[in-house]
Design a protein around this ligand. Structure first.
Ligand code: 5GP
Length: 194
């Protein structure tokens, strides 16, 4: 049987726990992560080409003009985007790819790559999200306020995704995401019997 890789997109509001859940998903399933580009400044410990490609606004806009992104979006005053070429190359090689991106970009993926599987990771409640985002300690008060405002709108978009996984406990969310991935790999439309 020969197969093209599957493009999985996991999104959800900032602070919902995408990073924690997806790190554990990757411990149990081989998935290729795409390295995004961003105009945000590196946080302590972040390396160029490892966590992100850190670009200037001009470099980012140039790449947009060249059609180099599979999707891109503005989030909390910075640009973020997924370079298209590495993703398409790895899909062709039969590798499954995981994109961990914010909600606007994930909405664009439906138009650009209609066969992508899009999962929305949701908090158990808005109050819980507020608690998690404040407790993380990586953003100042204004950045948190901005992210919460964005999150309120993003939660209204969840029904437009293929799946919603509620991050009540990390273990349950990881197991739900893995179950979705396994089922999608068995879809008749994706499977050729040679
Ligand atoms: P952070 O600044 O905390 O690293 O990321 C902020 C948000 O941008 C997170 O929700 C993260 O998932 C999202 N993000 C990271 N890379 C990309 C990307 O390539 N495209 C889009 N649309 N969002 C991204």
């Amino acid at each position: 049987m020969s197969k093209q890789g599957i493009l999985f997109v996991v999104t959800g509001p900032s602070g919902v726990g995408k990073g924690t859940v997806l790190t554990k998903v990757r411990e149990r399933k081989e998935l290729y992560f795409s390295i995004s580009a961003t105009t945000r400044k590196p946080r302590e410990g972040e390396q160029d080409g490892v966590h992100y490609y850190f670009l200037t606004k001009e470099q980012f806009e140039q790449k947009v003009a060249e059609g180099g992104f599979l999707e891109h979006a503005q989030f909390s005053g910075n640009y973020y985007g997924t370079p298209a070429e590495p993703v398409d190359r790895q899909l062709k090689e039969g590798k499954d790819i995981l994109l961990e991106i914010e909600v606007q970009g994930a909405m664009q993926v439906r138009e650009n790559r209609p066969d992508a599987v899009r999962i929305f990771l949701a908090p158990p409640s808005f109050a819980e999200l507020e608690k998690r985002l404040t407790g993380r300690g990586t953003e100042d008060a204004e950045a948190i306020r901005l992210r919460l405002e964005t999150a309120k709108h993003e939660l209204t978009l969840a029904p437009q995704f293929d799946y919603i996984v509620v991050n009540n406990t990390v273990e349950q969310a990881v197991s739900d995401v893995l179950a979705i991935m396994q089922a999608e790999a068995c879809r008749a439309a994706r499977t050729q019997i040679d």
